[in-house]
Design a protein around this ligand. Structure first.
Ligand code: SF4
Length: 482
């Protein structure tokens, strides 16, 4: 019988949470654990929670209700709760669910092995203290047994926390104040990832393009080891082996000239930005405390497209925010049409505890919010399909992820514009996950593109320098045409 203990982490929510789970998994590998293939095999189970919407929080409580049986099935099992709900409700969770051993927030990932050890001694713990120092970025390198979600791709934390306090958002309360990681550590991690075959890094931060801003403003960037975000992108672009760089999520007010220009200059910087707008009505944006107007957003999109004409822009939208009139909603529809978002995540507003919007009156009825959600999603489906159709005929480098949902023999990956491309492999062996395959787009569907394999080797960064891209504003990219 194996003496190795196994862990499983169930993750909800955003990329930050996914990456936090990866960090915890890596710590546990370093601590001698192996990953479990199922909950049945797991000795340690951690639920990494999300509190951005009410639905996600309810899911935790129903999960926990079911996990009592899991815990009681085998003695010595350990159950922990992580993430934003644990940060806000850690004590309450331990009171309500006596079989939960520990809860910890996003600042305390490093303490997980310690908390598991304590649980094995029968001690329950809650660790939600905010760590305002840089020590939280000091995590061990990838353990040889650690496998990221997708070969060839990795997340890379550049900053954490948020100082923006949008009126609807719990993040500043759960993830704390903005703190930027020294550039040297980010570059060193990217070099190490490239050495392990990672070709694409996604820089993570709650307001990622605010990276380093406080240090620069206070004249202490040199001491803090931070640089302007555009300069950080330039340093990553220079790393051999890193062929694609993405970043998420930026805030519209933190784009400066250098960052916009970087989109036209850096060969590794992907032609896709997920740029949350939330609403197209100035009145609603003001109540949301977003600090820009709809026309500021339109102007930013124009400047970004002037730098990179084939830029694909996706967004987040909230409908039914308190006080949103029919006219406000029409303004949002107009903005969605004007920008021509390639895709969007749209949600009905739900009030979150400890946010100022939860106090707002003039609530939109659930039926009205639902009707608006359906209308905006119908509009988006049309725009996405139009965009997909505009891509037919192009040849693009696709980073292969693995089997496609479309069925056996189908493989799936992402192109530089972050669109899913499915294709079949005419003969084995096809391109392996993590490889860059050259594909000709032959068909557009509402959710993805269909490609035909040209060959499975990468043309390097798979693009001519952005300065040489066709600047005809058609949204088609000469750069990715073979
Ligand atoms: S910028 Fe606003 S929406 Fe984004 S994490 Fe910060 S408070 Fe939340």
């Amino acid at each position: 019988m194996s003496l190795t203990r196994h862990f499983l982490i169930r993750t909800y929510g955003c990329q930050m949470n996914v990456h936090d789970s990866e960090k915890v998994a890596n710590l546990l590998h370093h601590d001698g654990y192996a990953s479990a293939s199922s909950e049945n095999d797991a000795d340690v189970l951690i639920i990494n929670t999300c509190s951005i919407r009410e639905k996600a929080e309810h899911r935790l409580y129903s999960d926990l209700g079911l996990l009592r049986a899991w815990k009681e099935e085998r003695s010595g099992r350990v159950l922990g709760v992580a993430g934003c709900v644990a940060q806000q409700e850690g004590d309450a969770i331990l009171r309500r669910f006596p079989f939960v051993d520990f809860a910890f927030g996003p600042h305390n990932l490093r303490l997980v092995p310690e908390m598991i050890g304590a649980a094995q001694q029968g001690q329950r713990s809650v660790r939600t203290d905010e760590a305002a120092d840089l020590a939280r970025f000091d995590l061990p390198e990838r353990h040889p047994a650690f496998e990221g979600q997708t070969p060839g791709r990795a997340y890379l934390t550049v900053m954490e926390g948020c100082d923006m306090f949008c009126s609807f958002c719990v993040v500043p309360n759960t993830r704390g104040r903005e703190i930027s990681r020294p550039a040297e550590g980010i570059v060193a991690e990217a070099i190490s990832l490239a050495g392990r075959g990672v070709r694409e890094v996604t820089l993570l931060g709650q307001t990622v393009n605010a990276y380093g801003r406080h240090d620069l403003r206070r004249g202490r960037a040199e001491i803090a080891g931070t640089v302007a975000f555009a300069e950080l992108l330039g340093r990553l672009d220079a790393i051999e082996g890193i062929e694609r760089v993405r970043y998420t999520s930026p805030h519209p007010i933190f784009y400066d000239e250098a960052l916009i220009a970087a989109h036209g200059k850096l060969a590794s910087l992907c032609p896709h930005v997920h740029l949350p707008v939330q609403s197209g009505s100035d009145a609603v944006l003001e109540r949301m405390r977003r600090r820009y107007r709809a026309d500021d957003y339109r102007a930013l999109v124009e400047r970004l497209r002037a730098a990179r004409p084939d830029l694909a822009i996706t967004t987040d939208l909230i409908v039914g925010f308190p006080g949103e009139t029919e006219e406000d909603f029409r303004r949002t529809l107009a903005l969605v049409r004007d920008v021509g978002f390639v895709d969007s995540f749209s949600f009905k507003y739900s009030p979150r505890p400890h946010t100022s919007a939860a106090e707002l009156e003039d609530v939109v009825s659930p039926a009205e919010a639902q009707a608006r959600l359906e209308e905006i999603q119908t509009l988006q489906r049309g725009l996405t399909l139009d965009y997909h159709r505009s891509r037919v005929g192009q040849t693009v480098p696709v980073l292969v992820e693995g089997g496609s949902r479309r069925g056996a023999g189908q493989v799936s990956g992402r192109d530089p514009h972050h669109r899913v491309v499915n294709f079949s492999v005419p003969r084995e062996p096809g391109p392996r996950p993590g490889a860059l395959a050259s594909l000709r787009i032959v068909e557009a569907t509402p959710h993805s593109l269909i490609g035909e394999l040209q060959d499975s080797t990468s043309p390097g960064r798979a693009a001519v320098k952005p300065e040489r891209r066709r600047a005809d504003g058609t949204g088609r990219s000469a750069a990715v045409e073979g």
